[in-house]
Structures are given as structure tokens and as C-alpha cells.
Design a protein around this ligand. Structure first.
Ligand SMILES: NC(=O)c1ccc[n+]([C@@H]2O[C@H](COP(=O)([O-])OP(=O)(O)OC[C@H]3O[C@@H](n4cnc5c(N)ncnc54)[C@H](OP(=O)(O)O)[C@@H]3O)[C@@H](O)[C@H]2O)c1
Length: 228
């Protein structure tokens, strides 16, 4: 049975991915930001292991979860993320710090902690990036910078860990109908119509395709654009 460590399972793309993996009987290790969220995840995904760690404080992750990771991991799925929109003229250091910490430094630290288990299983690291990780638009500077950095993390990691049998995939979704996208519309002052955007389940299909690919081939980068 495959074992996956997943962030962001409480909402949006991460919740859809956790449901898909849980439904097919894979073992889940779910990172929650606090104990109440962990209890909700335990109820939503019976049999899953939950770990408590705040991605806004990556310097605490080694102490909080480092000793609780399984010995083998078939994948680490970095899905959690945050976005704060605003022009550079207005964005304060706390917004920059939050984006760069949750979206970049925390995935790096979690990957570092999980690498021994990934190497043992010949596992795969999946980074859920964004179209904003490929091109930065006005008002998206902090988020886009964090996602550009996430691409750099993925590309360097892929080169470093290839000989150890660890694969690395980045998925770049366009706008996807999740609570985050609803909040983005609120920040943009735009009306939100979830039917206009990618369904989280379609992003999940892309992630599962990378996870399930036979080892003679590799999927390194997947762009998922709205189809309508
Ligand atoms: N939605 C889109 O249009 C879109 C497009 C491209 C890429 N993406 C990317 O896709 C990923 C998932 O986005 P989504 O739309 O599904 O977002 P979402 O619905 O807002 O879910 C975000 C998840 O991240 C978790 N999280 C945030 N801060 C955390 C922290 N400090 N510690 C632990 N967990 C934390 C949240 O946990 P809590 O429930 O505890 O808050 C939640 O589970 C993100 O990386 C995002 O950048 C989204």
C-alpha cells in the first residue's frame, strides 16, 4: 500500500486529492496547522495519521513532526498555500514573509525532513505551484515570487535526488474553484462563479497521473489551464 504525506488536506485541491487517495485505499499522513484541524481531518479521513505543524513556522517542523514521519514515503504532496494580493506599493513585510514562508520555505523544510523516507521508497515529491509561478501579473508579486521560488526548489531537488531514486513533479494549475479562489475574487472585487474555473478534481487527475506513471518515464512539469 502506498503512503503519502500531504499538506493542505482541509480545503480545496488538497481536500480533493486526499479524498481521491483515501478512496483508493492509500495510506495518508496529513499535516494540519493545529490540533483542532487535525481532529477534523481524522474525522474526514478515517484511518489517516495526522501530524500537527504550522507551515508559517517552518523552523518548528523538525521538533513537531520530524520524529513522527514514517520510514517509507511513496510521495510528499505539497498542496497548502496562501495568497495575499496587492501592488508592491502597498504590500507590507508581513505579507511577503507569509507568502515566502508558507509557499516556499516550509515546503523546502518538509521535503528535507521527509527525504530519508522518500529515498527508502523511491518516492515522488509533488509541488502544487501555479500559473503565477511562470508569469507574474500586477498585484501578484509576493505570491508569484514564492511560486517562482518553488519552481527553483523543485528543479534543484530533481537534479540532486535523481541518483537516489526520488522523482520530482511540479503541477501549475490555473484558476481553480476553491475557497482560495473565492478569496482572490473578493480581493480583486470581482464576482465569483465557480463554474468558470478548473474543478479541483481535474487538478487531482494531473497529480495522480504523475504519481501513477510507471518508472520508465517521468512527468516533471504539468500545466493545467482552464478548459472553457
Ligand atoms: N485555487 C486556485 O485558483 C489555485 C491556482 C493555482 C495554484 N493554486 C495552489 O494550489 C494549492 C491549494 O490551493 P487551494 O486553492 O486548494 O487553497 P485553499 O482552499 O485556500 O486551501 C489551502 C490549504 O493550505 C492550508 N494552509 C494554509 N496555511 C497553512 C499553514 N500555515 N499551515 C498548515 N496548513 C496551511 C490550509 O489549511 P487551513 O484549513 O488550516 O487553513 C488549507 O488546507 C496552493 O498551493 C495554491 O497556491 C491554487
Amino acid at each position: 500500500m502506498a503512503t503519502h504525506l500531504l499538506t493542505g488536506a482541509s480545503s480545496g485541491i488538497g481536500a480533493a486529492l486526499a479524498h481521491a487517495l483515501h478512496d483508493r485505499g492509500d495510506a495518508l499522513v496529513l499535516l494540519a496547522r493545529h490540533a483542532d484541524r487535525a481532529a477534523e481531518l481524522t474525522a474526514a479521513f478515517p484511518g489517516a495519521t495526522t501530524l500537527v505543524g504550522d507551515l508559517e513556522r517552518p523552523e518548528t517542523l523538525e521538533a513537531s513532526i520530524g520524529g513522527s514521519l514514517p520510514e517509507r514515503l511513496d510521495s510528499v504532496l505539497h498542496v497548502a498555500g496562501v495568497v495575499d494580493l496587492g501592488p508592491v506599493a502597498d504590500l507590507r513585510p508581513d505579507a511577503w514573509h507569509r507568502a515566502l514562508t508558507v509557499n516556499l520555505a516550509a515546503p523546502a523544510e518538509l521535503t528535507r525532513l521527509a527525504l530519508p523516507a522518500l529515498r527508502s521508497a523511491g518516492g515522488r515529491v509533488v509541488f502544487v505551484n501555479s500559473g503565477a509561478g511562470l508569469a507574474a501579473s500586477a498585484d501578484w508579486s509576493a505570491y508569484a515570487a514564492s511560486k517562482f521560488g518553488l519552481r527553483a526548489l523543485a528543479d534543484a531537488l530533481r537534479s540532486e535526488e535523481r541518483s537516489a531514486g526520488v522523482r520530482v513533479t511540479t503541477v501549475y494549475p490555473g484558476r481553480t474553484a476553491t475557497p482560495m479562489q473565492k478569496r482572490v475574487h473578493e480581493q480583486e472585487g470581482a464576482e465569483y462563479d465557480e463554474d468558470a474555473w478548473i474543478r479541483p478534481e481535474s487538478v487531482v487527475t494531473a497529480v495522480l497521473t504523475a504519481l501513477d506513471l510507471p518508472r520508465d518515464a517521468d512527468l516533471t512539469d504539468l500545466r493545467v489551464r482552464p478548459g472553457l
